[in-house]
Design a protein around this ligand. Structure first.
Ligand code: AMP
Length: 466
C-alpha cells in the first residue's frame, strides 16, 4: 500500500510554527476583547441551503468550491439532508444570530471567530482547501446603531491596530510598499446595486465578445464579478466600464463619506478602489480588502470584508444590518514569516534543559523541573518557566548536543551537585559556566521579568512627568 499523506490542499501545522499561530490568535483575542467582542463558535458543517442563500448561488465559492454531500438518514424518522463544510463563517454567524434571537435585546452584537474553512480551490502558496480564518461581525437591529458608518470605521481601525500589534508595518516608501495597504469602496445599497448591475450589463453587451471566457459567463450571470478579472487583455475594457460611485444614492454617498472621515480622524490610511466589489453576494455599501506584498506572491489579499445590511433578511431573519471581515490566518502567518528577522525565528523552544548525570538523579531532576515549571512569577503574573528534561543514561556529550538545539541554557545535576544542593549551568551564547542554588536559578531565569518591571517603571515615570 502506498504511504498515506495529508490530502491535497490540506497540511499539518507543526511546532515551532504553531507557536506563531498561537501568538497570532492570542494577539487577535486580546485586541478583540479591547473592542468589546465576544467569541462565537459555530458548527463546521451546515445545511447546504445556508450557503446557497447566504453567499449566493452564482458565486465561485458556491458554484464550484463547496464540499457538499448527501447525509444519509440513519433511521426512518430521519430525513436525508444535503450538508456542506463551511466555506466561510459569516453565514453561520448570522444564522446563529437569527436562531438564538440575539437581536431581541436591542443591543449591538460584536462577535469574533477563529477556525478552519473549506473550499475546493486549486492549491498554491497561500491558497489551501482547508484554511483558517480569524473574523468578526458587528450586527444588530437598526436602533442599536448597527447601520452607522462609525461601526465600519471602528472595525477598520481595529484591523489596523491588530496588524500594527502583530508587527506588520504599514506600506510606505521607506519599506518599498511591502507593508499592509487598505483598499476601500462602496458598492451601494440594495437599490443602488441593481441599477449599477443593469448599467454594467448594458455596457458589457457590446464588448463581452472580446473578453475572456470567465468574463463572458460572468457578464450573463454576475456582471459585478467581471471587475475581479485579472486577465491582462481585459483590463482596458474593464477600466472603461461604468463606476459604482456614479450610481450611489445620497444616503450611500453620505455613509461612505462618514466612513472615510472617521478613518482620517483615526489616522488609518486607505485608498479608494472603485473596482473592489468582492467575491460574495451579500455585500452592501462599504467593502474593503487589506493586502500585503510580503511573502504572499499573487495571493496578496490578507483579509477582506464589508457591510451586509440585507443578509439576515435573506436568511429569513429580522432586519439586522452588519459589517464584518475575515482574515486569512494562513496568509498572515506567511507574511509574518517573510518579515521576521532570522533571530526571532531561531528563538529556542524552552528556557532551560536539565540534564541528570546518571539514572539515579532522574527523580530529583524531575522534581526540580516541576518546581521551575510551576513557580509563581509575580512581575509577569504568570506561572513557570519552560523546561526540557534529559535522561540520566545519556552521556554528557549527548546531553549538551540535545540541550543546545532546544534551550539557551543547560543545567547539570550529578551526585556532587545534589550533595552540594547546586545546579551547574552553562549559557550557550557566551560559553559562561557557573553554579547556582535552586532559588538563585529562579532569579537567573527571571531576569527578563526584572527588565519588564524596569520598563514598566520607566513608562510610569514618563507619564507622571507630563
Ligand atoms: P473571503 O472569505 O473570500 O472574503 O476571504 C477572506 C480572506 O480569507 C482572504 O483575504 C484570504 O486571506 C483568505 N482566504 C480565502 N480563501 C483562501 C484559501 N483558499 N486559502 C487560504 N486563505 C484563503
Amino acid at each position: 500500500m502506498s504511504n498515506l499523506k495529508a490530502v491535497r490542499g490540506t497540511r499539518d501545522l507543526l511546532p515551532p510554527e504553531t507557536a506563531l499561530w498561537n501568538r497570532v490568535e492570542a494577539t487577535a483575542r486580546a485586541v478583540f476583547a479591547r473592542y468589546g467582542f465576544g467569541e462565537i463558535r459555530t458548527p463546521i458543517f451546515e445545511d447546504t441551503q445556508l450557503f446557497i442563500r447566504g453567499v449566493g448561488e452564482e458565486t465561485d465559492v458556491v458554484s464550484k468550491e463547496m464540499y457538499t454531500w448527501e447525509d444519509r438518514a440513519r433511521a426512518q424518522s430521519e430525513k436525508a439532508q444535503s450538508l456542506t463544510l463551511r466555506p466561510e463563517n459569516t453565514a453561520g454567524v448570522v444564522r446563529a444570530y437569527i436562531e438564538h434571537k440575539l437581536g431581541d435585546a436591542g443591543m449591538l452584537q460584536k462577535l469574533f471567530y477563529i477556525g478552519p474553512q473549506f473550499r475546493r480551490e486549486r492549491p498554491q502558496r497561500g491558497r489551501y482547501r482547508q484554511f483558517w480564518q480569524i473574523g468578526a461581525e458587528v450586527l444588530g437591529p437598526v436602533p442599536s446603531g448597527a447601520e452607522s458608518a462609525l461601526r465600519d470605521a471602528e472595525v477598520l481601525e481595529m484591523l489596523a491596530t491588530l496588524l500594527d500589534e502583530l508587527g506588520i508595518p504599514r506600506a510606505s516608501e521607506a519599506n518599498g510598499n511591502t507593508g499592509w495597504k487598505l483598499a476601500l469602496n462602496s458598492v451601494g445599497s440594495s437599490t443602488d446595486r441593481p441599477r449599477y448591475i443593469a448599467a454594467l450589463k448594458a455596457a458589457l453587451e457590446p464588448v463581452k465578445g472580446t473578453m475572456c471566457a470567465d468574463c463572458q459567463r460572468r457578464a450573463e450571470t454576475n456582471p459585478l464579478r467581471v471587475l475581479d478579472c485579472k486577465v491582462p487583455e481585459d483590463q482596458e475594457t474593464i477600466d472603461n466600464l461604468p463606476k459604482i460611485a456614479d450610481f450611489l444614492d445620497e444616503a450611500s454617498t453620505e455613509h461612505f463619506a462618514q466612513v472615510r472621515s472617521a478613518l482620517d480622524a483615526c489616522g488609518v490610511p486607505y485608498v479608494v478602489d472603485p473596482r473592489l466589489v468582492r467575491g460574495l453576494d451579500y455585500y452592501t455599501r462599504t467593502t474593503f480588502e487589506f493586502t500585503s506584498a510580503s511573502g504572499l506572491g499573487t495571493q496578496n489579499a490578507l483579509l477582506g470584508g464589508g457591510r451586509y445590511d440585507g443578509l439576515s433578511e435573506m436568511l429569513g431573519g429580522p432586519k439586522a444590518p452588519g459589517i464584518g471581515f475575515a482574515i486569512g490566518e494562513d496568509r498572515l502567518i506567511l507574511t509574518l514569516q517573510a518579515l521576521a528577522n532570522p533571530e526571532s525565528l531561531l528563538k529556542k523552544r524552552v528556557d532551560i534543559y536539565l540534564a541528570p548525570l546518571g539514572r539515579e538523579q532522574n527523580p530529583s531532576v524531575l522534581a526540580l523541573a516541576k518546581t521551575l515549571r510551576n513557580v509563581w512569577r509575580p512581575i509577569r503574573g504568570t506561572r513557570g518557566f519552560s523546561v526540557e528534561v534529559g535522561e540520566g543514561d545519556f552521556r554528557l556529550k549527548k546531553s549538551f548536543e540535545f540541550a543546545e538545539k532546544v534551550a539557551p541554557l543547560i543545567g547539570i545535576i550529578g551526585e556532587e551537585e545534589r550533595a552540594a544542593q547546586v545546579i551547574k549551568l552553562k549559557q550557550f551564547s557566551t560559553g559562561e559556566q557557573f553554579s547556582l542554588s535552586g532559588a538563585q536559578l529562579i532569579e537567573h531565569l527571571a531576569k527578563d521579568d526584572i527588565a519588564l518591571k524596569a520598563l514598566g517603571e520607566a513608562f510610569e515615570g514618563g507619564h507622571n512627568s507630563k
